[in-house]
Design a protein around this ligand. Structure first.
Ligand SMILES: NC(=O)C1=CN([C@@H]2O[C@H](COP(=O)(O)OP(=O)(O)OC[C@H]3O[C@@H](n4cnc5c(N)ncnc54)[C@H](O)[C@@H]3O)[C@@H](O)[C@H]2O)C=CC1
Ligand SMILES: O=C([O-])CC(=O)C(=O)O
Length: 360
């Protein structure tokens, strides 16, 4: 999983900070490139744009030099106000608003990247799987529309439970005859963002230099930070490794509890999704060394048809799914423990999509 020679770092289009798991110079990595490639026309949609994630994510995309058109969709009419508000920012991105299923076509036509944070968030005491009954149908409906109106777009799914909503999306796309596994990604970037932050804090490292790959899925014990592969190389005591792993796995719950019933992570998620979208857009533009961890169709772990690991992003989405590298004994045990849960959540999504509840 280590980056090899020639894999470079890149400055964010909107913050100037380095982006991507690739951001940290691993041994042998080439010198950072800081020039932007020529901007190509890119229409990007956010579905669920009036929500807690959708609003700040849309702002960050309005600031992104890779984006030319931003199409905002929600079932809530508030999305019109969000678009009006954003349209006053003096960046060149053209913003449009679309409300309700009847406007999905107008939203999605011509889109090359669609980011989906539509759905309900957790409240204290809930697991991500408790969101399945509502969010499964929402994702199914939206991905059905993507298959119809932008069948070649790259889809990035944020809506939880990601371990099930991504398999649902794959089945919908297969049934529509337009499934391309390179173009369907579950967004797990927030796990990497959190792991980098917590490890930097615990070890007194420069935040910009820390890179921790996070593999598996996006719920509880299926979130597995590979602390042994942290860059720069650091050592952890058994107690530190256990505590950091648990904190990264439970970080979503930490925010859900702090928000006390008013939702889950929105700002850090918008930040993470904006980073993922930027890496994806740069990959689409031909930038050669874009790497992020994402939950994708994978044969890296036998028996788990989807798995989060580091992927290389290219003109068509996922260009390569990397292997896991060397795991230590703690990580091997955590991997064994997670697999039954991850596989069950994947199968639950597939079963739902193959036999969806009848609409009344
Ligand atoms: N992948 C990840 O790392 C993370 C995922 N999430 C998930 O993201 C989702 C959204 O979270 P928030 O933005 O905080 O929720 P929110 O409730 O603030 O916003 C959701 C938005 O989706 C809209 N919506 C609902 N049904 C829709 C439909 N059929 N079509 C279009 N829009 C629809 C709502 O009107 C609302 O504006 C949740 O499922 C949450 O669990 C949250 C944080 C991290
Ligand atoms: O915890 C939640 O429900 C939202 C989420 O996925 C996260 O913050 O990682």
């Amino acid at each position: 999983m280590q980056l090899s020679a020639g894999q470079t770092t890149r400055a964010s289009a909107f913050t100037g900070q380095r982006v991507g798991v690739h951001a940290v110079a691993r041994p042998g990595a080439a010198k950072a490139r800081r020039t932007m490639p020529a901007v190509e026309a890119k229409r990007v949609a956010v579905l669920g744009a009036a929500g807690g994630i959708g609003q700040p994510l849309s702002l960050l995309l309005k600031m992104n030099k890779c984006v030319t058109e931003l199409a905002l969709f929600d079932v809530a009419p508030l999305v019109k106000g969000v678009a009006a508000d954003l349209s006053h920012c003096n960046t060149p991105v053209q913003v449009s608003a679309h409300v309700g299923d009847a406007e999905l076509e107008a939203c999605l036509k011509g889109c090359e990247l669609v980011v989906i944070p539509a759905g309900v968030p957790r409240k204290p005491g809930m697991t991500r799987d408790d969101l399945f009954n509502i969010n499964a149908g929402i994702v199914m409906n939206l991905v059905t529309a993507c298959a119809k109106y932008c069948p070649n777009a790259i889809l990035e799914i944020i809506s939880n439970p990601v371990n099930s909503t991504v398999p649902i999306a794959s089945e919908v796309l297969k049934a529509a005859g337009c499934y391309d596994p390179r173009k369907l990604l579950g967004v797990t970037t927030l796990d990497v963002v959190r792991a980098n932050t917590f490890v930097a804090q615990a070890k007194g490292l420069d935040l910009k230099e820390v890179d921790v790959p996070v593999i598996g899925g996006h719920a509880g014990i299926t979130i597995l930070p590979l602390l042994s592969q942290t860059v720069p190389s650091v050592t952890f005591s058994d107690a530190e490794r256990k505590a950091l792993t648990s904190r990264i796995q439970d970080a979503g719950t930490e925010v859900v509890e702090a928000k006390a019933g008013a939702g889950s992570a929105t700002l850090s998620m918008a930040y993470a999704a904006a980073r993922m979208a930027e890496s994806t857009l740069l990959g689409m533009q031909g930038e050669p060394n874009m790497f992020e961890c994402a939950f994708v169709q994978s044969d890296v772990v036998p028996g788990s048809p989807f798995f989060a690991s580091r992927v290389q992003l290219g003109p068509e989405g996922v260009a390569k799914v990397n292997g896991l590298g060397q795991l230590n004994e703690f990580e091997k045990a955590a991997m064994e423990a997670m697999l039954p849960e991850l596989k069950a959540q994947i199968e639950k999504g597939i079963a739902f999509a193959k036999n969806p509840p009848k609409k009344e």
